[in-house]
Design a protein around this ligand. Structure first.
Ligand code: PLP
Length: 388
């Protein structure tokens, strides 16, 4: 059976060009970038080339890019780094109720250590109101953290407007751009961010590598103490093969983005339209227009998302009911609850996130098999008999 992978928000396949670029750095070019002989300097050059590539994609300077072990570390570094370095200035952080756990759990952690955290609500589409951000600012606010696009419902947040508010108030602004860098244009100057998190495996690069953009002059405490790597901002021997892979992935994303975006929007809209036509009692979650080119998130009434997933899997189709990190738990998604969905609708959610390998035929296959699965499950569901 041919497998149809529609879970690119969870992770993407590493592109063959990326693997090819990485391979020599496991074997011939294995040097430590901190060594001064030529082996080391070759590795150093490869690392610095990636730094330039990442910076170019987001309109930053290369010295503003710090490599991390992924999006989670980049988010941790941004939040804890600012909180620890700016303790004397204030103790208040503003974030949203729909952030990824890599931000929310850090906020909870800092909250337990005495910081005050404001979790802003979102509207029914998952949008944060910049006015709410403005109103939440106090004399003690040191950081605002609002994600660029939500990983579950795909809503793209008004980050540039929030950035303007933060800049005017002189408050650090961090955005988790793990789902946007390499997929839609991201420019740190236009977004007015001071900190921006990136992850390699969401843009066809390897897992376990990412980066944090840190605007020049920002005060941040390092999370890791040790060697002098990354100008003493992130100790530890660089993961050279992964960093090189990130560089290649970023280079290819920059070259192909516009055309690929158009193609994905076409496939996304075809899927949304088809699902609405073929299945009754189904609704789109997230913003209808301000959404990621590859994201389709729907709630299907009277069925459990988990049952839908298992039945799709039997047909070779991989999807998700929420973020990958929480898909093993049966708790309803905090994002869908924040959008105001009742728990039973949140439980019946299904997320398809499309990617480079997907074709029209993949979308047609989903539209062919899903209505039958839904009908079968509804026929067995006590919910549908009482409520329909
Ligand atoms: N932030 C968002 C929005 C994500 O979607 C993810 C991954 O699902 C992360 C952060 C964590 O990134 P990583 O898997 O590279 O640690």
């Amino acid at each position: 059976m041919q497998r149809i992978y529609l879970d690119h928000a969870a992770t993407t396949p590493t592109r063959p060009e990326v693997v090819k670029a990485m391979l020599p750095h496991f074997t011939n070019a294995f040097g430590n970038p901190s060594s001064i002989y030529s082996y080391g300097q070759e590795a150093r050059r490869a690392v610095e080339e990636t730094r330039t590539q990442v910076a170019k994609l987001i309109g930053a300077r290369s010295e503003e890019i710090i490599f991390t072990s992924g999006g989670t570390e980049a988010d941790n570094f941004a939040l804890k780094g600012v909180a620890y370095a700016n303790e004397p200035k204030g103790n208040h952080i503003i974030t949203t109720s729909i952030e990824h756990h890599a931000v929310l759990e850090v906020c909870k952690f800092l909250g337990r250590r005495g910081l005050k955290i404001t979790y802003l609500p979102v509207d029914e589409y998952g949008l944060v109101d910049p006015d709410d951000v403005r109103k939440a600012i106090t004399a003690k606010t040191i950081l605002i953290s609002v994600m660029h696009a939500n990983n579950e419902v795909g809503t793209i947040e008004p980050v540039a407007e929030i950035g303007k508010i933060a800049r005017e108030a002189g408050i650090y602004f961090h955005s988790d751009a793990v789902q946007t860098v390499g997929h839609i244009p991201v420019n740190v100057a236009e977004l007015k961010v001071d900190l921006l998190a990136i992850s390699g495996h969401k843009l066809y690069g390897p897992k376990g590598v990412g980066a944090l953009y840190v605007r020049k002059g920002s005060k941040l405490s390092p999370l890791m103490q040790g060697g002098e790597q990354e100008k003493r901002r992130r100790a530890g021997t660089e993961n050279v093969p992964a960093i090189v892979g990130l560089g290649k992935a970023v280079e290819l994303a920059g070259q192909e983005m516009g055309k690929e975006t158009e193609r994905l929007i076409h496939l996304r809209d075809k899927l949304i339209k088809g699902l609405g036509e073929k299945i009754d009692h189904i609704r789109l979650n997230g913003h209808p227009k301000k959404r990621l080119p590859n994201n389709v998130n729907v709630s299907v009434d009277f069925v459990e998302g988990e049952s839908l997933l298992l039945n799709l899997d039997l047909e070779g189709i991989c999807a998700s009911t929420g973020s990958a990190c929480s898909s093993a738990s049966l708790e309803p998604s905090h994002v869908l609850l924040a959008l105001g969905l009742p728990p039973e609708q949140a439980h019946g959610s299904l997320r398809f996130t499309l990617g480079q390998e997907n074709t029209e035929a993949d979308i047609e296959r989903v539209l062919e098999v899903l209505p039958g699965i839904v009908a079968r499950l509804r026929a067995m569901s006590p919910l549908s008999k009482t409520q329909k």
